[in-house]
Each structure stands twice: as C-alpha cells, then as structure tokens.
Design a protein around this ligand. Structure first.
Ligand SMILES: Nc1ncnc2c1ncn2[C@@H]1O[C@H](COP(=O)(O)OP(=O)(O)O)[C@@H](O)[C@H]1O
Ligand SMILES: [Mg+2]
Length: 262
C-alpha cells in the first residue's frame, strides 16, 4: 500500500506544485495520473521516491515512512520503487543487457557497477526480463541502435529487475507513435498484473489511460480534481481537469491517435 498524506511541494521559485495531496494505492492497483502540463504529475511521482524533496506531508510505502528516511535507508527503500521515464534515460553507449543490469543498483553507484561483475542470477533474470519484453535478440545491441519503443522496453526491464513493489512511470509514451504507445501501455499494465505491482502512470493521453487502467486520478494545479473509474471521466469532468480550451485540444489529439491506429 502506498499512501500520500497531505503531500505538499513548493519549489524555491514559489511554484506550489502540490497542495496537500492525499492518495492511497493498494497493492496491485494501477493508477493513471492525468492532468494538463504543469499540474504537478511529475512532481508527485518524484516526491514519492524523493528525487524531489517534499516540502510537507508524508509518504508511506507499506509500513515505511519514506519521508522520514535518512539517505542510506532511502537508497535501500528506492529499490522497492522502479521508475520508468519518458526519455528512457538509457546509457547510450552501453548494451541493452548492461542497461537492464544497471537497474540492480538503484539510482546511485552506477559507475561503480561498470567495474563490477554481476552475479549470474542477475544475468539470468535480465535474460528472462528481456525475453518477456520481447527484446531477447537485442541483448547485445547498443542502446543508441534501438527504436523508441524498444528503448522503452529496456526501460521497463531495467525498472523490473530490482523486483520493485511499486512502479513510478512518467509519461512512458510521450515520445512514441500511437500504436507503439498502446503496446507499451499494455505491456506495463500486464507486467503489473503478473507481478502484483502497484503503479502510478503519468499520462497525458486520456483515451490511452482509459483503455488500460481501472482507476484514474485527475490532477489540476496541484490538487486532485477527480478520482474514480475511467468510465466516470465525462466531458464535464475532463473540462474540470483540463479547462474548456485544453479539453478540446485533448479530444482532437485522441481522435487523431485513433485514426492513426486504425
Ligand atoms: N525544478 C523546478 N523548479 C521550479 N518549479 C518547478 C520545477 N519543476 C516543476 N516546477 C513547477 O511545478 C509545477 C508542476 O510541474 P510538473 O510537476 O512538472 O507538472 P507536470 O508533470 O504535470 O507537467 C509547474 O508549475 C512547474 O513549473
Ligand atoms: Mg511531467
């Protein structure tokens, strides 16, 4: 269970990115976090693993208060949280396999890993994951030789190799074409179901979110404007989240996406 308790983030610039956000995500639940650009989606997921330091409130993962941890304890706790990024954040000159294995080290100490041999069981697990995400034949390719969809599959395998309890996913499909976006969303959601993972997926494509998740949270200017099943996202609700003009733009984008897939 992930619990955000009155989470607040005010940046030094004075931007109030999160205003007392309360969310509970049970084990195994995948949540899509939607909202306009600047709503605070990235800030929210980064406050959970404290890549961004919250200004107030608490974050709990099961019985551990993440916001109370010292840096060493935080490093260990981060191993329970896999992160997947829009821009993949792969090391271009390393192979697919090396990028996946780098996930074993959490977020720090990466360069040390280059000097270290990985245990055979990590290598075996990396092969299993590459097989699952459809990249087994690519294990020895360099990251910079891959397509966007393939790069995101590497990002997914890298996040999963640390065997997390929670996945934090920031706009995983923002750089991908509509068809690849669907495949990647499907893969992430299937893997969460297979492994009983909780996940928060930031996504600006409402139609794509509705296709794959059971719960949607709408964020607007740092506050929750909607929390419910995808079916309850009526035009009125979307207008509340996105505002009139932006919502029109969103509809157009979605229709364009549908046409491109069809
Ligand atoms: N590093 C930062 N310094 C100052 N303000 C920031 C920083 N990152 C984000 N913000 C501000 O916080 C708000 C939320 O941003 P963000 O979390 O990136 O939203 P989203 O991911 O929904 O687009 C915006 O007003 C943005 O300008
Ligand atoms: Mg963002």
């Amino acid at each position: 269970m992930l619990r955000l308790d009155k989470l607040v983030k005010t940046y030094r610039t004075g931007d109030q990115a999160l205003k007392s956000v309360e969310i509970e995500v049970p084990i195994g639940q995948v949540v899509a976090l939607i909202g306009p650009s600047g709503a605070g989606k990235s800030t929210l997921i980064r406050c959970i693993n404290r890549l961004v330091e919250p200004s107030g409130g608490k974050v709990w993962l099961d019985d551990v208060e993440l916001t109370a941890l010292s840096s060493g304890a935080l490093r260990r706790a981060r191993r329970r949280m896999g992160m997947i990024f829009q821009e993949y954040a792969l090391v271009e000159r390393l192979t697919v396999m090396e990028n996946v294995l780098s996930g074993r080290l959490g977020y720090v100490g990466f360069w040390r890993s280059l000097l270290r041999r990985f245990p055979q069981k990590d290598v075996d697990e990396a092969f299993r994951l590459l097989d699952r995400v459809g990249l087994l034949a690519m294990a020895d390719k360099r990251a910079d030789e891959l397509s966007g969809g393939q790069r995101q599959r590497v990002g997914i395998a890298r996040a999963l190799i640390q065997n997390p309890a929670l996945l934090l996913v920031d706009e995983p499909t923002a750089s991908l074409d509509p068809k690849t976006s669907r495949q990647i969303m499907r893969l992430i959601c299937e893997l969460c179901a297979e492994r009983g993972l909780a996940a928060i997926i930031n996504i600006h494509d409402v139609a794509l979110a509705q296709m794959f998740v059971q719960r949607v949270i709408g964020l607007k200017a740092g506050e929750i404007a909607f929390d419910g099943p995808p079916d309850a996202l009526t035009p009125e609700v979307l207008t509340r989240i996105y505002g009139e003009e932006d919502w029109q733009a969103t509809i157009k984008t979605d229709e364009t996406a549908e046409e491109a897939v069809a």
